[in-house]
Design a protein. Sequence first.
Length: 132
Amino acid sequence: VQTCALPIWVVHAQKMVICNDIDRNGVCAGSTSTYEMADSTGPIMCVGIFADSAKTLGTEGLVIKVYKIRDGKEERFGSDFIKETQKNWTFCWRRILFWEKGSYIVKAYDQDEKVICSADFTLTSKLDSPPK
């Protein structure tokens, strides 16, 4: 009888953070649930994916997908990005440019296309804000 051992990758990512920037140590700057576009060009947001405490990501790659939320519930696929990682990393991040105001949800998928973590945020326009 011949047996074959297949590797099983356990992805330990448990938290996603949307923020303005992430430094090389994984510290997020400007993390909130609402961001404002300064003008017609959207902000470059950082999507940080963090492993469980005292664990590593345990994967060599993730797929990050961006969805726009319509009417408070409908998710419309916008774009996706492949993020190559190392199994021993404790976090990873990806910069993404957003062009359109609205509500978004960002999801990270493992190799089996299972959602491992997600985060949502709203992007408003400075042009929509009343003058101060």
